[in-house]
Design a protein around this ligand. Structure first.
Ligand code: WTA
Length: 633
């Protein structure tokens, strides 16, 4: 019953799309009907984009884990739910059937309860890509606790900010983690973070490396001790469709990262519908999404979407380049992966290696390829399509955001047409429009504009945790009555969308979002720094690199020492993933008379294109531009 609403032909897509616009409530209600509800909803949709206030399936009662697990037990109890491939290819992989997964999740849920977690409590999860991470997330959902997963590459300071913002009561973590040839002491990072997190009462530690770690008496417990003798059954908490399911922090153009909130009912339906349609999932598929569960892609398309569909999902602990550049392809062959979903940055890094790393694997099992996280350039698209997909597999370029919950613009594999480097068409239920900077809609084709949505879909962000006004200001105030994505896009003569990239002060580094303000704030913590300005620039592997212009208190004796120190500061405040690629020490920044930094000029310098910097006459100190140009890295 799960794939009832799977679209199989282009005509069906057109019909579904038409209906979804003419009768959105009927369209989504029919899909929602195929799920398990404890009580049916009273009203399908209530919305306005002014406050904003969006409610899907109001009054409906459910638990998402009953839909991910319980409802499959009868027909798929012995089917594989999760395959876990460790970092080290010599270590044995582990598999869990739906029955086993159900039991593990219930046990984990009971351990949470035993340690004081209740419905509505926030639980922070800072864990490596091990099966317990998947169990932990679902265990929270089972008992109605709100999970906030923090990617285990963030620093202690970044973790503490997120824990405090959410007022989390518990942290779930591990002793350490494997990443390629390195081992990282995760628990130590948690200990450091918790020095400034008064809300956290308990820490549950899963053993991964077998390291001796500091355990704080009364606060820290080992998962393997706690789970002894715990029941493999745990009743699912009844949740309202609009109760919070999770918080996931993401960066915007201003201030600190914000907690994007998704709720139980709408997110569930949107995750499953998009998973099944975009990838054209079939019962026998082995599906692999390479994203970490710490990001939205891992939430929706490693965990919830596939499990809601009764699929077999593969989870990989390691990195694409360890022990060599063929690891992805070796794993595809090993498990007969049929649907493979990854990020352009991974493709670009593998492209730079010897082609034999791909050619020595058969990749016969692959049927569908996917891309997510940033625009995929044509070169990477062709390499992926030719060498991995053998020109046989459709490649879906899926555009979406943490805030959208699931895929918004993408082709449906083998069903709707594709075009290299184009996300193509909106999914049914999605009504994108392009607007000019003054907010007027651009209706014709062969145009470029700011990408907005004019109607809600079930997976839309509901609020930013603890600060609804911030949600309104960030997404619903730029253009009246519209959700603004922050992206610019083109629509070609045939209506295909191509996402160009951010039009705000957000940069996308290897598919990870950072606000320039957030990195500047980190840099400014360095005692030698007076002021800084960060911009993105095109980077062969990462998509965008981070270029920082920095003013120092006094001219440093050794610039390289200072640069290393600044990098240290960023690593401490945010994490290694936000390390600036280039740091230029400058004596001033190009500012307008009102004190605003002219980033346009800095972007040009960072791109290495200083031929036409536009009008600089309105600057406070035009000479500084020449100095910056000369010192460009
Ligand atoms: C960018 C990741 C072009 C975009 C799911 C968006 C993309 C931001 C694509 C969201 C794509 C994501 N083509 N750009 N297929 N997918 N983006 O929240 O700028 O981590 O706004 O969600 O990534 O990043 P986020």
């Amino acid at each position: 019953m799960i794939n009832n609403y799977q679209i199989k032909t282009f005509e069906q897509y057109q019909e579904a799309y038409k209906r979804s616009v003419e009768d959105p409530e009927g369209f989504w209600a029919d899909i929602a009907d195929t799920f398990t509800w404890r009580k049916k909803w009273d009203k399908t949709l209530e919305w306005n984009f002014e406050e904003p206030d969006v409610k899907w399936f109001k009054g409906g009662k459910l638990n998402i884990t009953e839909n991910c697990l319980d409802r499959h037990l009868k027909t798929r109890g012995n089917k594989l739910a999760l395959i876990w491939e460790p970092n080290d290819p010599k270590e044995r992989f582990v598999r869990f059937t739906y029955k086993e997964m159900y039991e593990r999740v219930c046990q984990f849920a009971n351990v949470l309860k035993k340690n004081g977690v209740k419905k509505g409590d926030r639980v922070c999860i800072y864990m490596p890509m091990i099966p317990e991470l998947a169990f932990a997330v679902l265990a929270c959902a089972r008992i109605g606790a709100i999970h906030s997963v923090i990617f285990a590459g963030f620093s202690a300071v970044a973790m503490a900010d997120r824990i405090n913002d959410a007022g989390a009561k518990m942290v779930l973590t591990s002793d350490g983690l494997n990443r390629g040839s390195k081992q990282i002491p995760v628990k130590r990072v948690v200990d450091e973070a918790l020095e400034t997190c008064p809300s956290v009462e308990k820490v549950i530690v899963v053993e991964r490396l077998g390291w001796a770690v500091n355990m704080v008496e009364g606060r820290d417990v080992w998962y393997h001790d706690e789970v002894q003798g715990v029941s493999k059954e745990c009743p699912a908490e009844e949740m309202d469709a609009e109760d919070m399911l999770f918080i996931l922090y993401t960066s915007g153009s201003t201030g600190k990262p914000k907690g994007v909130v998704h709720t139980c009912g709408g997110y569930m339906i949107y995750a499953q519908y998009t998973f099944s349609n975009v990838f054209q999932y079939e019962e026998s598929d082995i599906y692999w999404c390479t994203a970490d569960i710490g990001w939205i892609t891992g939430h929706t398309y490693l965990l919830y979407g596939p499990l809601l569909s009764g699929a077999t999902t593969l989870m990989f602990e390691g990195v694409p380049t360890y022990p060599d550049m063929g690891r992805f392809w070796q794993v595809c062959d090993k498990f007969g992966v049929s649907i493979f979903y990854t990020a352009p940055t991974a493709i670009r890094s593998l492209m730079s290696g010897d082609i034999d790393h791909v050619l020595s694997y058969s990749l016969d099992s692959l049927k569908v390829l996917g891309s997510v996280g940033e625009p995929i350039n044509e070169e990477a698209w062709h390499w992926y399509h030719t060498h991995v997909g053998k020109e046989r597999c459709p490649l879906v370029d899926t555009w979406w955001q943490t805030e959208t919950g699931g895929i918004m613009i993408s082709s449906l594999a083998n069903v709707t047409p594709t075009k290299p480097a184009h996300a193509a068409f909106p999914l049914p239920g999605i009504q994108p429009i392009l607007v000019n900077s003054d907010g007027t809609e651009i209706t014709e084709n062969e145009v470029e504009g700011h990408l907005c949505m004019k109607f809600p879909w079930p997976g839309i962000i509901r609020t930013t945790y603890g600060d609804h006004e911030r949600c309104r200001l960030s997404y619903f105030s730029t253009y009246k009555g519209l959700y603004f994505t922050g992206d610019g896009a083109k629509r070609d003569e045939n209506g295909y969308y191509r996402i160009i990239g951010r039009v705000d002060d957000v940069i996308n580094v290897s598919g990870h979002r950072f606000g320039t303000a957030e990195i500047e704030e980190a840099i400014n913590h360095n005692e030698h720094v007076v002021e800084s300005a960060v911009v993105g620039y095109p980077h062969d592997l990462k998509g965008q690199g981070i270029y920082a212009f920095v003013i120092c208190k006094e001219k440093p004796e050794r610039e390289d020492y200072l640069r290393a120190e600044i990098i240290e500061t960023v690593v401490e405040k945010i994490g290694k993933i936000a390390k600036p690629d280039k740091i230029q020490i400058v004596s001033g920044l190009p500012k307008t008379r009102s004190g605003k930094i002219m980033r346009r000029i800095l972007r040009k310098v960072a791109e290495g294109d200083t031929s036409n910097l536009g009008d600089t006459s309105t600057l406070l100190d035009p000479d500084v531009v020449d100095e910056i140009k000369e010192g460009a890295l």
